[in-house]
Design a protein around this ligand. Structure first.
Ligand code: HEC
Length: 225
């Protein structure tokens, strides 16, 4: 066999190997967390991007948490998402989770913002991996639009939006966020200070980096930048 043919054959085997992997969702349940020290802006990370969205929109009491798991769907952890969310890795439009969300069926009465829908789409498209990035923290160049809003959209928006936001507090845009930033409730709740309810509710504390960024934005005068 010529060198060229051997090379082509090898390439074919490699391709077959990878394409057969993308559909083995069962193998991905219990796949160990893959941690990257650099955050690639083109990648979506399950721990950083997806679980926070699921926590604030789906995985709470009465819906898709461990205890209630409506319709058998539990979206409170990677393994449960992979085994009960009907995910077809690499194929968002064949994934139950994405279908329900993009068709506006879930969450009922309060559809996900398009930026969040896109994150879920991209995450599935990129192979629905159990991944996390721990890139360096920029708590100096902080703006409302680039830094603060994306954090609050992922971690808070689900419960604090729509017609009956939790505690009557909406956290969806600059003007609504300004109110809780100015009256101390934003830092009080996310830093778990005495006298405030701990937020995000029933989920782990925001990262040290995110808390620093929010503090910096408030100390700089709560600008709409
Ligand atoms: C899973 C739903 C849920 C998520 C996610 C969530 N909240 Fe809340 N939040 C609530 C509920 C419910 C209350 C009412 C108080 C309580 O039950 O603890 C509340 C109350 C609050 C209050 C008023 C509390 C006080 O002590 O005055 C603030 C401020 C708040 N949330 C901010 C946030 C912020 C900021 C985030 C995101 C970092 C967030 N919440 C995420 C459900 C949620």
């Amino acid at each position: 066999m010529s060198k060229f043919n051997a090379g082509a054959l090898l390439l074919l085997f490699v391709l077959m190997f990878f394409s057969s992997c993308t559909h083995k969702v069962k193998d991905q349940v219990n796949s160990p967390l893959q941690q990257d020290t650099i955050c690639d802006p083109n990648l979506v990370y399950y721990v950083n991007d997806i679980q926070p969205i699921l926590n604030s929109n789906c995985a709470y009491s009465g819906c898709h948490d461990v205890v209630t798991h409506k319709e058998g769907v539990d979206l409170s952890s990677y393994n449960q998402v992979m085994s009960t969310g009907g995910i077809s890795a690499g194929n968002p439009s064949a994934s139950e989770l994405y279908k329900k969300i993009s068709e506006g069926e879930m969450p009922p009465n309060n559809p996900l913002a398009s930026a969040q829908q896109k994150k879920i789409y991209d995450w599935i498209k990129q192979g629905a991996k159990n991944n996390e990035c721990t890139g360096s923290c920029d708590s100096v160049n902080v703006t409302y639009s680039q830094t603060i809003k994306p954090i609050l959209d992922s971690y808070c928006l689900g419960c604090h939006s729509g017609n009956s936001p939790a505690a009557g507090i909406t956290i969806s845009d600059y003007s609504t966020t300004r109110v809780i930033a100015a009256n101390g409730k934003l830092m009080g709740t996310i830093e778990h200070k005495a006298g405030y309810s701990a937020m995000p509710k029933n989920a782990s504390k925001l990262s040290v980096c995110n808390i620093k960024q929010l503090k910096k934005w408030i100390n700089d005068g709560i600008q709409n930048n």
